[in-house]
Design a protein around this ligand. Sequence first.
Ligand code: ASP
Length: 357
Amino acid sequence: MSAAGAMKCRLLYQPLRTLASCVVWLAVALRAAAPSAAAAELPRVHLLATGGTISGGQQPLDAAGVTALVPGVKQIAAVSMEDVTRVGSSRMTPELQFKLASRINELFTKDPALAGIVVTHGTDTLEETAFLVDLLLAGDRPVVFAAAQRPPRETDTDGPRNLLNAFRIAASPTARGTGVLVTLNDEIHSARYVRKTHAIAVEAFQSPWAGSVGYVDAGHVILTRRPAARVTIATSRVEPNVDLITLTAGSDGHLIRAATAAGAKGIVVEVFGRGNVPPAIVEAVQEARAKDVAVVYTTRTRGGRVEVDQESRKVGVIGGEDLDGLKARMLLVAALGAGAATETIQEWVNRLAGSRP
Ligand code: ASP
């Protein structure tokens, strides 16, 4: 090739080379940009804040303040938020609990792409609220309750860890179809069984006789079991006038009569052992039933199921199976609000207990 020809070739080759390296650079740059594009596609999780120790106790932080406690959430989910209320959970009421459950259903209906919902709640009545929400929850997307035993101002607070775990669970497809879940102390519990079993310990939330349904480890959500059968109740209101009475040695029925006189529409009686009830109580219960008050027996032993005696069965007492008193009360709050008949409520209990399909 002549010198002029070689020069011509080089002149043509140089821009081609530059173009090629531009293409390579562009490809690398696009690849590097991919993670941030993925970040924009993080699952969307909505936080509903209600107060409690997890948000500071006496003067609770709002939803934004609570979320600010867990900056790491930005790697897990795209978070939106709102306050439902800001109270210590000893001030929860069936009406407030129903407002929360209704808002959850509304959020899921309006936003089909919402991955899940996190609820921050005080520990004191968490097991009641979580179970009511479980009974009223339509659909299969996860709702996860998080709480804390130690407030954010303490250096060893458990709140941020629990909250971050709740976001992980709510964002996880693994948690779909499991009903309402509760997480503290890296454990995952089903709302159906969980109880606060200790006033101050960080491992206070347990599911006695049933066990947890999973755990969170190194950021991974691990569900070891699917919860047992669920019941979903559709209702536009709840019945707040439901009382819970625990029998003690010498109980004579005056509390049952007082509850009836005060306008209770339902009474849960935590009876002895596997369903033992002294005659004075049977009599008071029969009077309550004559006034159309729904009555459920559960055991005060906090484990095992009850058998309802013949006389009580005859007047329509509902056997609460292995539901504890607090859970049975929430069931009545929802079921009576929905106008359900005694037989229907008994069927729901049986399904929840796993004694009927
Ligand atoms: N008093 C608190 C409450 O709101 C206790 C807690 O959250 O741990 O239930």
